[in-house]
Design a protein around this ligand. Structure first.
Ligand SMILES: Cc1cc2nc3c(=O)[nH]c(=O)nc-3n(C[C@H](O)[C@H](O)[C@H](O)COP(=O)(O)OP(=O)(O)OC[C@H]3O[C@@H](n4cnc5c(N)ncnc54)[C@H](O)[C@@H]3O)c2cc1C
Ligand code: FES
Length: 322
C-alpha cells in the first residue's frame, strides 16, 4: 500500500498574552527547531485563505521540538491570528527558516538592543552571543512597564541589562538610544551593537553608535511576499545598493541603511491595509449581529473574541512604540 505523506500539523502548544496586542505562540515543529538559527524568520499562513506574513523566530527549543513566535496585532492578519490561534489549534502553513542567520562571530563585548516588539527577535541573538562566550549587555525598551515582557529571559543570558521606558515606569526614563549611550559610557571596548525594533528606533541606534565607529547591525522589516528573493517587494537600499531583505538579510549594517526609503516603502499600502481591516471588522460585526439577534441568543452565545476585537485600541498605535 502506498505510504501516505502526513502534512505537518504546526500545532500551537502554548500561548501567552503579554498585553492587549502582543502574544506569543509556541509551535510544535521539531525540524524547524533543529534548523533555526538566531536572526531567521518564517512565513506563516494562519488559514488556507490567509495572507502570508513574515514573523521572526523569537525562540527555539531543539529538545522540545518547538519554535516560538511573538506577534503584535497591528492589522487584519495579525488580529485574525490573535482570535484564532488558541492552544490546541494549528497554523495552516509555516515555511522557513528563512533569511541569513545572524553572524555571532568573534565579538567579545556586544550590546543587544530590542525596542517594543523587537525585544522578542533580539532574544535568540543575545542568547547566541552568550553561548559564543561574549560579554552581553541587553538594552530593552518599552513605552511603559505594562508592556514589558521577557525581562527574566534576558536576565538569564545577559551580563548586564539596561531597561528603558518612555515614561520612566521601569528602569531608566528614556529611549533605547539613551540605554546604548549609557552602555558605551561604561564600556569603551564594545565590539558590536545589534538593534531590532521599529525603523525609526533602529535609525536612532545607528546614529548613537556612528560617532564611536562601533559596528551596528539592524534587522530590517520591509514588506515581504514570497520571502525567497523572487518578488522584489522587500528591496532595501544599503550603502546605495539595492538588496533583498529576505535573502540578503534581514540583518544589515545600520550605518549603511537608507532608513527614510525603508519607512516610505512601509507606508505604501496603508490605504488597502486599512480597507482590509475595516472589511474584516465589519464581517465580525455582522457575525456578532447575526448571533446576537438569534431567537435563542443571549450574551452567552456572543463569541467573546469578536466582542474583544471591537474594543481593541488603535491597531497602529502599538507599532509606533518602542
Ligand atoms: C523579516 C520580518 C520579520 C518580522 N517579524 C515579526 C515578528 O516577529 N512579530 C510581528 O508581530 N511582526 C513581525 N513582522 C511584521 C509583520 O510581518 C507584519 O506586522 C504583518 O505582516 C502585518 O500584517 P497585518 O495584516 O496584521 O497588518 P497590515 O494592516 O497588513 O499591515 C500593518 C503594517 O505591517 C507591515 N506589513 C504588512 N504586511 C506585511 C508583510 N507582508 N511583510 C512585512 N510587513 C508587513 C506594514 O508596515 C504595515 O503598514 C516582521 C516583518 C519582517 C519583514
Ligand atoms: S519577499 Fe519577495 S524578494 Fe524578498
Amino acid at each position: 500500500m502506498a505510504e501516505v505523506m502526513q502534512r505537518p500539523s504546526f500545532e500551537i502548544l502554548e500561548r501567552d498574552d503579554f498585553s492587549e496586542v502582543t502574544y506569543s505562540l509556541v509551535i510544535h515543529h521539531p525540524l524547524m527547531a533543529r534548523a533555526a538559527r538566531p536572526g531567521q524568520f518564517v512565513i506563516v499562513m494562519s488559514h488556507e485563505a490567509g495572507e502570508r506574513i513574515p514573523l521572526t523566530i523569537a525562540d527555539f527549543d531543539r529538545e522540545k521540538g518547538t519554535v516560538t513566535l511573538v506577534v503584535q496585532a497591528v492589522g487584519k492578519s495579525t488580529k485574525e491570528m490573535q482570535q484564532s490561534c488558541k492552544v490546541g489549534t494549528a497554523l495552516y502553513a509555516l515555511v522557513g527558516p528563512m533569511g541569513v542567520p545572524s553572524p555571532l562571530g568573534t565579538a567579545k563585548k556586544v550590546v543587544c538592543v530590542g525596542g517594543g516588539l523587537g525585544v522578542a527577535p533580539i532574544y535568540p541573538q543575545a542568547r547566541g552571543f552568550k553561548e559564543h562566550g561574549a560579554y552581553v549587555i541587553g538594552v530593552l525598551g518599552f513605552r511603559t512597564k505594562k508592556l514589558m515582557f521577557w525581562a527574566d529571559k534576558f536576565k538569564a543570558c545577559c551580563d548586564e541589562l539596561i531597561l528603558c521606558t518612555d515614561d520612566g515606569s521601569a528602569g531608566i526614563k528614556g529611549f533605547v538610544s539613551d540605554g546604548i549611550k549609557l552602555a558605551i559610557k561604561g564600556h569603551p571596548d564594545i565590539d558590536e551593537v545589534v538593534a531590532i525594533g521599529p525603523p525609526i528606533m533602529m535609525k536612532a541606534c545607528a546614529e548613537a553608535t556612528r560617532p564611536h565607529k562601533i559596528k551596528t547591525v539592524v534587522s530590517l522589516n520591509p514588506l515581504m511576499v514570497d520571502g525567497t528573493g523572487m518578488c522584489g517587494g522587500c528591496r532595501v537600499k544599503i550603502g546605495g545598493q539595492v538588496k533583498f531583505a529576505c535573502v540578503d538579510g534581514p540583518d544589515f549594517d545600520g550605518h549603511q541603511v537608507d532608513f527614510d526609503d525603508l519607512m516610505s516603502r512601509l507606508r505604501r499600502f496603508i490605504a488597502p491595509e486599512k480597507t482590509a481591516m475595516e472589511r474584516w471588522t465589519e464581517g465580525c460585526r455582522m457575525k456578532n449581529h447575526i448571533v446576537s439577534s438569534d431567537a435563542r441568543s443571549s450574551a452567552q452565545f456572543l463569541p467573546a473574541a469578536l466582542t474583544e476585537l471591537l474594543e481593541l485600541p488603535d491597531p497602529f498605535e502599538e507599532a509606533k512604540g518602542g
